[in-house]
Design a protein around this ligand. Sequence first.
Ligand code: NOJ
Length: 549
Amino acid sequence: MKHWWQESVVYQIYPRSFCDSNGDGIGDLRGIIQKLEYLAYLGVDVIWLCPVYASPNEDNGYDVSDYTAIHPDFGTMEDMDELIDKAREHGIKIIMDIIANHTSDQHPWFIEAGKSRDSIYRDYYVFRPDQGGLPSDLQSIFLGPAWDKHPRLGDYYLHLFAKSQPDLNWHHPEVRENINGILNFWLDKGIGGFRFDVIDLIAKEIDKGIIADGPKLHEYIQEMNRKSFGQHDVLTVGETWGATVEKAKKYSNPDGSEFSMIFNFSHILLDSLPGKEKWDYIDLDLLKLKNVFDQQQTQLYQAGWNSLFWNNHDLPRIVSRWGNDQEYRVQCAKMFGILLHFMQGTPYIYQGEELGMTNVRFDDFADYRDIETKNMIDQRRKAGYSEESIRNAIWKIGRDNARTPMQWDATRNAGFTTGEPWIKLNPNYPQINVASQIDDEESVLQLMRKLIWYRKESELKTLIRDGSFNLILTQHPDIFAYQRTYSGEQLTVICNFHGNECSLDLDTTNWVRILGNYSGKDAEIGLHLRPYEAVVFRGEVGQKTGLRD
Ligand code: NOJ
């Protein structure tokens, strides 16, 4: 069965940093409404809205204190309803971010649970009595112990993230019922689906040392599906840092019993070492990257569905992470787009990715806002790391790299706000912004529009949705290349992933070049690829395939 979301392109909005309509320095829902026309022009048909719920904002909304109320920073429920309606008029669906692994410590459930050991809310969370020390040496994902003492009860409670984000106990049926109620509240508003935050952690069995992928995980997801979103034609995507291709198959089973798809981070995790903190990154091994995508593309073929992404609000910008964001920024941004968007799956574009926005380098630690980054600075200072090593890690990996305001134009604050922005802008906004790219046929923005058009409108759309995937030049140290084939038609995507030039021994006689990332008089190529060059050919199967290896 075909689903609408198999032809969709999702645009992720981090509302605080997208567009501020009232000059308070914080992006808001009315700001998003103002930019719907831009999003329709880009061609996306789904918005994943990062959390806009009531929240003390310790973790920018991933600490929810009321799942059915809008934070005043972002506007009102009327604004939200208007956003859903106006987006629909532009052919765009909204998917909400559901944070169900934990709440804020300001959520009424946690406040009630903290009033007495007999509270009916105690079992909503994971409390353990103080038996002379921490219940276990489990570490939080944001560094430091995963247990904190409740100031009133004197018991420890579990928090896999910040101490203001207590974990819910999903083994308690009332918790699951409440979450289903929240999902149904939003579904009744006519939204297009959900993104489920760290969903693979919900079924933890802490006393057995099981954190991710608890034995009851899929049972709980299937229950949610039956009792809420499974009754609607919506897109659901689970965030699963621990997923493998095998697990992805189960989550995205075409029988529809779980999610539409998951975020499988296997490719993103290739520059970190297992068991090490993400701040201790290593160089990317291209052969491993090709292999991971090959697995995802071939093993989920007709057995599940992939999400396609390089970026999100937790990840550094891809042009800076694995590309050259200085002399080859434009080519790199286009190359990453081309490489990803011709694969099978649903692509996700994170705000600013369509412009080739880059990481930011704040010199002063006080300019960082992210709780994870701040915790890391504290921890590493205490552990004696040099200021320079801490700064380099943040510049490379920190989450604020992706959270600087959207760059709309070259005016003050990039047109993001007329007030004082909640976080500093990337100083490169006069050069990199929507206004300067909209009229430039050779811009990253126009290339992204073209990629979306290929997937949604062109005569190659069926091939892009349904074609098989075949990695080619598998052992080439610089080239990431693959073919998609469907019903006699074939696309060949060839990307030079590195900054050196290289020549390929391919016969292109029957291939027609349809797209590339070098412009102007440099556009035409043979098979001598320049730094980060990407090129796409179209051809028919049955003619010479062009491949010599
Ligand atoms: C994943 C979210 O994407 C991230 O921003 C957040 O900090 C953690 N989950 C905790 O909710």
